[in-house]
Structures are given as structure tokens and as C-alpha cells.
Design a protein around this ligand. Sequence first.
Ligand code: HEC
Length: 148
Amino acid sequence: MNKMIKLTLAAALAASSVAAVADIKPFEAVEYRKGIFKAVKWQFGPMGDMVKGKIDYDATEFSRRATNLAALSKMPLEGFRPGTYASATSALPSIEDDWQTFADTMSQFQDNTAALEQAAASGNMDEIKPAFIKVARTCKSCHDKFKD
Ligand code: HEC
């Protein structure tokens, strides 16, 4: 492919992806982020049950969920778009007003879930438990501040 065609193609692709993002309706962004958090809960719940000893600890299963959780933690932020705090959501408008704090809390969530994924790979509950608690605290601190 010659250079000119390559450049034209890159520009066309960039333009089409911008258009696709601009077309997102507020309710779609709300549905998207809620869906991600439903998946977060789905993964995190059984991990909590294992940490608390409600169900037997299964290292492979725990690790699989920890890996999924770390991947999911990178996904919600893009769903918090301007103008999506009015209806069918329990996200507070303070997210928009204090975006930096919200984005920083999301980064902590990503760091803490990555640390939990690492701890999970050790298969050692003495390492897993504190890492799990740290993630759980991040959920709570964000919800206390930014969720109804
Ligand atoms: C950085 C902030 C932040 C972090 C971290 C966070 N959440 Fe949330 N969560 C939110 C916000 C904001 C909403 C509301 C989304 C909406 O209604 O638009 C939400 C919604 C939810 C929901 C409801 C989804 C639905 O059905 O509508 C669940 C469940 C949930 N979070 C679980 C968790 C769990 C479990 C963790 C930690 C493992 C977590 N969240 C971490 C901010 C966060």
C-alpha cells in the first residue's frame, strides 16, 4: 500500500470512530456503565463468598474472576459521559462537577483490582484477603461519594 492511501485510510477510520462515539444516546451510555457494573458484581460476589469462607476457596476459579474483574475495571469510565446524569441512573451529577476525583478513584480501582489479580495468582489467602478488602473499600468509597 502506498503512503498516500495509508494516510487516507487512517483519516477515514479516525473520522468514522469519532462519528460513532458522537452518536451515542445518553440512555445507551447509562445502560453500558450499569451493564459493566452488573458484570463487576457478578465476578466480585463469589470472590467475596470465598474470602469469607461461605463457599470453598477454589484457587483457579478465584484467579479467573480476579482477571475478569481487573479487565472490567478499565471499562466503566467511558460510559460516564456529559449529560447522562438526569434519568434512569443512580450516578450523581457530582461526577461531572468533580470529574478529576471520580477519574482518580476509577484509577485506584484499576490499580487495586490489578493487585488483587496478582495476589490471586499466589493462591495464598493471607495475601488475597487484604487485597480483596482494599478493592471492596474502593467500591464503597466511590459509591458513598458518587452514587445515590
Ligand atoms: C469510581 C467509582 C466506582 C467504583 C470504584 C465502583 N463503582 Fe459501582 N457504581 C458507580 C456508579 C457511579 C454507579 C451508578 C451507575 C448508574 O446508575 O449510572 C455504580 C453502580 C453499581 C452497581 C449497580 C448497577 C446496576 O444494576 O444499575 C453495582 C452492582 C455496582 N456499582 C457494584 C460495584 C462493585 C461491586 C464495585 C467494586 C468491586 C464497584 N461497583 C466499584 C461507581 C463506582
